[in-house]
Design a protein around this ligand. Structure first.
Ligand code: AHM
Ligand code: MG
Length: 332
């Protein structure tokens, strides 16, 4: 019982959320409901992903329920699932999704929250049965209740997040999230259809021996980043890269390591999106004691200009990210 609530491993997500609500005083239960809605959509997406190999066989074994959606790609299906759950749940007035250019209005203008999300990250991995994830980030809206949400609701900056997390569809499915009081991890028990607390109070190891980046691009990384990678290689660091950020980050979070997506000539601002990739993961990793920078600034302090903005990202174990920042910022 070493999590901040003193709840034992094995309590359900639902009970954990309820207890957090009274312990941390996040008031009226709307955020709790929103987290439950996300968890529910996660279960549905989990089911679709598990059947992914069968879905192409529509009509025979792949009796994939969803009317007319059977032939759609899973990232599109995941988007539909999450949007529907948040519409039905009523707490979110609007959504920004990697899958859609514009703000998605849920019709719940009295909802107090907005959600930025990547419904299915790493989707190129689905066809080959490799882990993928959902990333989400929640803000309290700043526009008046009862009106339509605005861009300002989404462009508050990472420090204004009230909750963030991910669902990892891996060898087991996990929900990991923070509301700013540490990080808790839940494992999905398929036969019961419940998430159970399995990783109370996750702490990022201060140091690690793994680095995670796309090796094919190293020659295009900024020189100082190359120098850093060279140095930690010589120190005996090993490389791990799944190409599914949630899975890569989850491993590094538990075992210690650094994830790097630097700017490269092809994508001078990096590849990852601030609102639904960098911010939520930075919030979560910092809550676990780790760090996240874009090369110049702490990720959470970057102020965004538009909803699909990209940012370089260096994230993970505190000592590793600090050393990298020192290397990048040293006077040349
Ligand atoms: P996606 O949102 O289009 O799936 O892209 C994000 C993914 C991350 O999960 C992963 O870390 C990265 O892209 C891999 O990019 P690359 O193939 O350039 O190494
Ligand atoms: Mg993505």
């Amino acid at each position: 019982t070493n999590n901040q609530l003193g709840l034992p491993v094995g309590v359900t997500l639902d009970r954990f959320i309820k207890r957090s609500q009274s312990a941390f005083g996040y008031a009226t239960g709307e955020l709790s409901q929103l987290l439950r809605d996300i968890a529910l959509a996660g279960k549905i997406v989990n089911r679709e992903i598990n059947q992914a190999g069968l879905i192409g066989l529509a009509g025979s074994m792949g009796n994939a329920n969803v009317q007319g959606e059977t032939q759609q790609k899973l990232d599109v299906i995941a988007n539909i699932r999450f949007v529907r759950a948040l519409k039905n749940g009523g707490e979110a007035c609007a959504i920004v999704s990697e899958e859609e250019e514009d703000i998605i209005y849920t019709g719940n203008d009295t909802g107090k929250y907005v959600v930025a999300m990547d419904p299915l990250d790493g989707s190129s991995n689905i066809d080959v049965n490799v882990s993928v994830g959902t990333i989400f980030s929640i803000y309290r809206r700043v526009s008046p209740l009862g009106t339509k949400a605005t861009f300002e609701d989404f462009l508050q900056g990472g420090e204004k997040q009230v909750a963030a997390g991910y669902i990892l569809y891996g060898t087991s499915t996990m929900l990991v999230y923070t509301t700013g009081h540490g990080v808790s991890g839940f494992t999905y028990e398929t036969s019961l259809g419940e998430f159970f607390l399995s990783h109370p109070d996750i702490k990022s190891p201060v140091n690690g021996n793994m680095y995670t980046c796309n090796d094919a691009y190293i020659k295009n990384f900024p020189e100082m980043v190359q120098e850093y990678i060279q140095r930690i290689r010589e120190k005996g660091c090993t490389a791990r890269y799944i190409g599914s950020m949630v899975a890569d980050l989850h491993r590094n979070l538990l075992k210690g390591g650094i994830y790097l997506y630097p700017p490269v000539p092809k994508t001078p601002d990096g590849k990852l999106r601030l609102l639904y990739e960098c911010y939520p993961l930075a919030f979560l990793v910092e809550q676990a004691g780790g760090k996240a920078f874009d090369g110049n600034h702490r990720t959470l302090e970057i102020l965004p200009n538009y909803i699909h903005q990209r940012s370089p990202l260096y994230i993970g174990s505190a000592a590793m990210v600090e050393e990298l920042m020192k290397t990048i910022q040293k006077p040349q």
